[in-house]
Design a protein around this ligand. Sequence first.
Ligand code: 2P0
Length: 330
Amino acid sequence: MRAVAKAHANIALVKYWGKRNESLILPMNGSISMTLRELSVVTAVEFHPRWQTDQLIINGSDASRTDLERMTRFLNIVRDLAQTDWRAHVVSRGNVPLASGLASSSSAYAALATASTEALRLHLDRTHLSILARQGSGSAARSIYGGFVEWTKGERDDGTDSYARLLCSPDSWDLSMVIAIVGYGAKKISSREGMARVVATSVFYRDWLNTVDDDLDNARRAILQRDFTTLGQITEASTYKMHATTMGASPPFCYWQAPTLEVIHQVERLRDHGIECYASVDAGPHVGILCKDVNAHRICEAVSGILGIAHVLITRPGPETKIEESFNEA
Ligand code: 2P0
């Protein structure tokens, strides 16, 4: 019972920030993202009746105890669906920097959801895959789809209406995201911990929630109309508002580092010179710069020289999750 799946990371344009249910991973607000072609993970999952425990290997090394326990909790949901108690060996390899604020869990849990359900012949449709992936990591709900994607927060307590859907396929808009990486390594405050602290304590959190629905409506419309300027402006505003909530938390915290701000200032200068581009920062120091394809290389050059920028990559809208191999088809 083995299957292999590939999933791509995504970066939110309108951010998911805060949970209303921590165990089912139900968000306080909806979000909109772009799936990235150049950042992906391939995960092989095999279930066997003789294995006593789950095993997880990430990029050639045994996973940490925390990562393994988190995966086992997720696979227990899959095992319940398939009514089996077989344990799994999971081998995952990807090019997304882990736990650094570059959406690594989005691709990890989208690939794991897809491969594990295929291995157990559950044959879920994309809506149910999105609901399942969400329970591993919220942003993974969006990586089930390619291109531009909206995750609706839903209203129900059981999460059956909280899933993603496609807004615009990857090949139908010539946008890029230039990603300036500020330095690898795990961040001090995980996104999970950061959003929980913000929901519980931030004096700005209510204001964040009050504006998200308008941002979603306007961003959705901008994507459907291929209105880059409006989408870019909402993207940058969503970033500033999300990070303002961290500064209003108790104790306050900030994911930005000095090079983060340097890159944001460079984005403003580029705009002043007629190169339209917009900054996006997630729960980490890196900056995604949304732009038209035609400007991506120029922007890449303009931020590469900034002190503290370790690496810059150009990403384009990427595909949905895909089954690469299935033992059951053989
Ligand atoms: C997002 N982030 O929309 C937001 C913006 C970070 C900032 O989703 O706790 O790893 O697993 O649901 O998905 C990162 O958080 O968090 C994230 P969990 P996740 O992309």
